[in-house]
Ligand binder design. Structure first.
Ligand code: NAP
Length: 274
């Protein structure tokens, strides 16, 4: 495993995504991910699978201190009272007494951002949450959180893969010492037709998925959270610590990254142009 060490956090650069896995399939998938060596699990209030994840963690015997647990507040839980209530619910369902990272899942203009971030910061001060952050925030909203509100946010979790450049969000995050967590890091199966990845993969003896994940985590301050219900894919996605892409290959994948966005904003806030 490789780690991102930033502002007191030590984040496993490769995590395990859990949407949309539920019930015994979720417990099985998380158990096998933990057995393979994943130590960073991504979930959310909206996924409805935190109890199953908590069960898999308890059964695994992996010590809590070895794990990085990220969960997210849904859009109906962003006022101060709901933030407090939802955090207690997340802790109970996951069976833990702290969260490593709590994110605002989607921006929502219906609740003042300052109110949500202040309530999250209070939970951090109380020791229930180690770090706070956001998800699906374009630069304009990252700027509002950091420069207007003065929030101390560690992470923005956004869609990021070799088909989507995210240049502006990443530049802003890096300039403000923030981590970017790449969701949909495998572009949900759309990488096989990528113009460069198959040939690069052949040169390293790696699959297109392994090249994509390596390209993500080899970037400064970038984590990736691929999801798979298959142990064989979980294992191959994990087998990316035994090679490094050359600077030329990193640059050529960057240069080819376009604007193929899979997830669309539903709250009316515009994405950054690429
Ligand atoms: N913050 C947000 O708003 C947000 C939005 C979307 C996602 N997320 C998070 O990001 C995680 C990852 O995103 P995602 O699940 O949407 O997309 P993804 O990880 O890019 O792709 C998942 C898909 O790829 C398949 N797959 C996984 N490994 C593979 C491999 N080695 N070879 C071929 N196919 C492979 C999986 O199949 P099988 O499962 O059938 O193996 C699944 O269909 C989610 O699980 C969730 O935790 C967050």
């Amino acid at each position: 495993m490789e780690y991102i060490a930033l502002r007191g956090a030590k984040i496993p650069a490769l995590g395990f995504g859990t949407w949309p896995i539920h019930g015994s399939e979720c417990t099985r998938a998380v158990a096998s991910a933990l057995a393979i060596g994943y130590r960073h699990i991504d979930t959310a209030q909206m996924y409805g699978n935190e109890a199953e994840i908590g069960r898999a963690i308890r059964q695994s015997g992996v010590a809590r201190g070895e794990l990085w647990l990220t969960t997210k507040l849904w859009r109906d839980s962003l006022n101060a009272r709901d933030v407090r209530r939802s955090i207690e619910e997340r802790l109970t369902l996951l069976g833990t007494d702290y969260l490593d990272l709590l994110l605002i899942h989607w921006p929502d203009p219906a609740t003042p951002l300052r109110e949500t971030l202040d309530a999250m910061a209070a939970a951090r001060a109380a020791g229930k949450v180690r770090h706070i952050g956001v998800s699906n925030f374009p630069v304009k909203l990252m700027r509002e959180a950091i420069e207007t509100i003065g929030a101390d946010i560690l992470c923005n979790q956004v869609e990021y893969h070799p088909l989507l450049s995210q240049k502006r969000v990443i530049e802003y995050a890096r300039a403000h010492d923030m981590v970017i967590t790449a969701y949909c890091p495998l572009a949900r199966g759309r990488l096989r037709e990528h113009p460069l990845l198959p040939a690069i993969g052949r040169r390293y003896g790696k699959t297109v998925e392994q090249v994509a994940l390596r390209w993500l985590i080899q970037q400064e301050g970038v984590a990736a959270i691929p999801k798979s219900t298959h142990a064989s894919y979980q294992q191959s996605n994990f087998d990316i610590f035994d090679f490094r892409l050359s600077a030329e290959d990193m640059a050529s994948i960057h240069a080819a990254a376009g604007q193929q966005r899979l997830i669309n904003m539903s709250s009316g806030t515009a994405w950054d142009p690429e």
